[in-house]
Design a protein around this ligand. Structure first.
Ligand SMILES: [Zn+2]
Length: 105
């Protein structure tokens, strides 16, 4: 995995929050777009750890993907510390086509 391996963004962040997290979220959204990596829908407003922090996942751009946090289906809150495998077992994987924005929030 070499995506986003620029040194300035690889500094480890002890706690997820505050300005370092906000910078990484902004960078992840700029790099990957606003398509949620969990449900495949657009409108992602945060970044999710592909490998959860609780399982040793780093705070680096290659471990972060756009996710719905406070918008749409709030995928990030549903996932909590599930691995991607656990998530897919429960919810399936995103489809290949963009989904229309959901309107139920
Ligand atoms: Zn989503």
């Amino acid at each position: 995995m070499s995506l986003g391996s620029r040194p300035s963004l690889r500094r480890p962040v002890r706690k997820w929050g505050g300005r370092p997290a906000a910078r990484l979220i902004a960078a992840a959204l700029a790099l990957y777009g606003d398509r949620c990596h969990l449900c495949g829908g657009s409108g992602a407003d945060s970044a999710d750890h592909v490998i959860p922090r609780s399982r040793g996942g780093p705070d680096t751009l290659d471990n972060l993907r756009p996710v719905h946090h406070r918008r749409g289906p709030r995928c990030n809150l549903r996932r909590r510390s599930m691995t991607m495998q656990e998530w897919r077992d429960r919810y399936g994987r995103p489809g290949p086509d963009p989904l229309p924005p959901s309107r139920h929030w």
